[in-house]
Design a protein around this ligand. Structure first.
Ligand code: HGY
Ligand code: MN
Ligand code: MN
Length: 403
């Protein structure tokens, strides 16, 4: 399996070259870098003997037929990245599925059901703010609200979908089972000194945007007492959000983007736009925190005479994965590695949260160095990748026809 792991890592390096920004790994929905990555993976799928198609939002699906018809076993993850992201977030899962399909096809072996390897093309939500567009689109769950979204350049999501979609408008039905292999993106496995873990739950998340509307003015003539400085207000709000999260057990709240549209050094900021990402293992606690943030931010802006629009972009509930698949992956990992296989709750969101709405979903985590992710420093070892591939093959034995 070490050869297959080496091939996977070499392919991940090739995909890392498919980027929208030279010098970084940046593949946003609908952009040329993602198209190149999708084409590259499609080529490897076809070379392996899989039939490929691109669906109505642009996801790539590679199909290996089963002994019989029926709902497929799907192995999937995403090809898009955050800006300046890492080379394994999402890509590892797509390439692991491809690798397993390659071995089956190479041996002329078929599972009892079809095997589909799916490369989702929008999980991060980096361009339009709404996450899991790929897996939601794959299942026909894109709602009209999404399509009204526009990116920073004013391009409507509906237009971006039309330009990136394939000719195939078929929406996937619920798979028989869904498996996603993903780097842990956290320190648990690295700290425990083990290569693999299984995921039992994925915490819920809310994404929102706060738009503050103050008054632009000349930096040299508007007295401090008369200003309606939208950036100073946003700064207070960001610190208040951080304080709430620090004081609330289990709450994670992040303002990852803070923009001053058209901001320049000698103008009092008249407007700011802030992103908001709120997560908690308990949905009620998360929703309460979002409402507290909304109320506190409105009050804070109001005291400064500044308007605030608080727009909810997306909400994904905390998700429990399928016990049968958790056990199956754990057994396969224990057999393959002879090491303990911890059970991990994921703070990161994954396409599995969407697929779990309609089908049994399971996730296998792979150790990443220091738990670092969403960074060019993301790293996995060839040994751990080999362990994951061996685990996947062992797990797939359960889908082979009885001999
Ligand atoms: O934001 C997340 O949790 C995932 O990386 N999209
Ligand atoms: Mn990610
Ligand atoms: Mn990911």
């Amino acid at each position: 399996m070490s050869t297959a792991a080496a091939v996977l890592l070499e392919r991940a390096d090739r995909i890392a070259q498919a980027t929208d920004e030279a010098g970084s790994i940046t593949r946003l929905y609908g952009r040329p870098g993602l198209r190149r990555a999708r084409d590259q993976v499609a080529g490897w799928m076809r070379a392996a003997g899989l039939e490929t198609r691109v669906d109505g939002v642009g996801n790539l699906i590679g199909c290996w037929p089963g002994e019989g018809p029926g709902r497929p076993l799907v192995i999937g993850s995403h090809l898009d990245t955050v800006p300046n992201g890492g080379r394994y977030d999402g890509v590892l899962g797509v390439l692991a599925g491809l690798s397993a399909a390659e071995r089956l096809a190479g041996a002329g072996r078929r599972l009892t059901c079809p095997l589909h390897v799916v490369a989702f093309v929008e999980e991060e939500g980096a361009r339009f703010g709404t996450s899991f567009l790929g897996s939601r689109g794959w299942l026909g769950l894109v709602d009209p609200v999404d399509e009204g979204l526009v990116d920073a350049g004013g391009v409507a999501l509906a237009d971006a979908i039309a330009a990136f979609a394939g000719p195939d408008r078929v929406v996937a039905g619920p798979p028989a089972d869904y498996i996603e292999i993903h780097i842990e993106q956290g320190p648990i496995l690295d700290t425990a000194g083990v290569p693999l873990g299984v995921v039992d739950s994925i915490i819920g998340q809310t994404r929102a945007v706060l738009r503050l509307d103050g008054a632009a003015g000349h930096a040299g003539t508007v007295p401090m007492a008369l200003r309606r400085d939208a950036l100073s207000a946003a700064a207070e709000i960001v610190l208040e959000i951080e304080q709430l999260a620090r004081q609330t057990p289990g709450l994670l709240a992040t303002v990852g983007e803070l923009q001053v549209p058209g901001g320049v050094g000698n103008v009092v900021p008249g407007a700011t736009v802030a992103s908001l990402d709120v997560r908690h293992a308990d949905d009620d606690a998360r929703r309460t925190a979002v409402e507290t943030i909304r109320r506190q931010s409105l009050a804070r802006a109001g005291r400064r005479g500044i308007g605030l629009e608080f727009e909810l972009l997306s909400e994904v509930p905390a998700t429990l994965l399928e016990p049968r698949l958790i056990d199956g992956l754990r057994r396969a990992a224990e057999v393959s590695t002879g090491m303990p296989v911890p059970t991990v709750s994921s703070g990161a969101g994954h396409d599995a949260v969407i697929v779990a709405r309609v089908a049994p979903a399971g996730m296998l985590f792979v150790r990443c160095a220091g738990g670092v992710s969403h960074s060019p420093d993301e790293a996995v070892s060839a040994e751990d990748v080999a362990a994951a591939l061996q685990t996947l093959d062992t797990f797939l034995d359960g889908y082979l026809p009885p001999t």
